[in-house]
Design a protein around this ligand. Sequence first.
Ligand SMILES: Cc1ncc(COP(=O)(O)O)c(C=O)c1O
Length: 385
Amino acid sequence: MTGEVVFGHARLADFALEPATLHLNHGSFGATPLIVRAAQDRWRARMEANTTRFFSVEIGPALRAAAERAATSLGGAGTDWVFVDNATTAVNAVLAGLDFAPGEEIVTTAHVYPAVRRILRRAAQRAGARVVEVALPCPIPDEETIVAAVAAALGPRTRLAVLDHVTSETATVFPIARLAAIFRAAGVPVLVDGAHAPGMLALDAPAIGADWYTGNAHKWLFAPKGCALLWTAPARQAATRPLVVSHGYDDGYTAAFDWTGTRDPSAWLALPAALDYVAGLGAAAMRQWNQALARAAGAMLADRLGTAIACPPAMLGAMASVRLPVAVEASEANAWALRGWLRASHGIEAPAVAVGGALWIRISAQVYTERSDFDRLADALATLA
Ligand SMILES: Cc1ncc(COP(=O)(O)O)c(C=O)c1O
């Protein structure tokens, strides 16, 4: 791309999103630009042209080159980054490498991603340990509230902290370095679930001061589905392994993750193309567009609905969750019914979620969205009351 990049509907031409739908849910599963899919197709063609050469000679250096490139965007050294299919896989892998004793505690917050909550509970249950979920108000008034509540949960039995960088349902950017510091000072390892952060936030993962950091590249970095990364602090690498044991398992951290059996690695290898797409847009300009739009659209929605955003504007990344003024039970079933109604009656994809006794609508700003899209959503939601 040359010249000044135009954000908004002009960028829809970069994607294959169905035109009949208003896509306001980039956050859940992302969307892959055509140019990145073409790069993935080229990797697949190369693989199929000579599978023996590809899997015995080419894949290792290609994966490491892609990891080096990831490091230029996410921080740290390429040798500290490994590819995984998604953040869920990374959290499972880290938890599987830790031994908990009866009575020990895993600290997280009530805003933890529901699938991660299940992973933590299972790990705790197997060992007779327990998960401590820090209660947080919703809306969250400020960063201090989170820091104070999380700090109060640290105790002599705390064995691990699992903290979101950007919460899923409440779309809040946590003060992650401050939270990590609380546990680091006590010698408690920290796993950061940064599923939404790559591409949404300016990121230097090692600078956060955690022990592990996982992020999805298939959400806000535009990589194909199945492209996510795990950063591990050098001191933890000897004990960090994938869930699948294969040839490289005993050969070190990167070797163990780089080969977990024969699989299609094209999503991982297409990451540099995704980073090229972002560079073409201008990474900082893209983040600024998304954040400004999420803040403006969130404020407009809260105003039109007469409700509130789940956190202060300064804590928003590229998403915002706004409370819905509906007098129905804040249940999962009603949240799903609302999603279905928006889709069927208005052709809008935007997730409704049930949090803290209320229903919320989460919006995603992206390079292909603009203010009028969110006005359309507000018009649709106005008919709800
Ligand atoms: C905070 C958070 N963690 C983990 C995940 C899981 O991501 P994936 O399904 O790619 O594993 C998500 C997905 O939206 C998320 O928002």
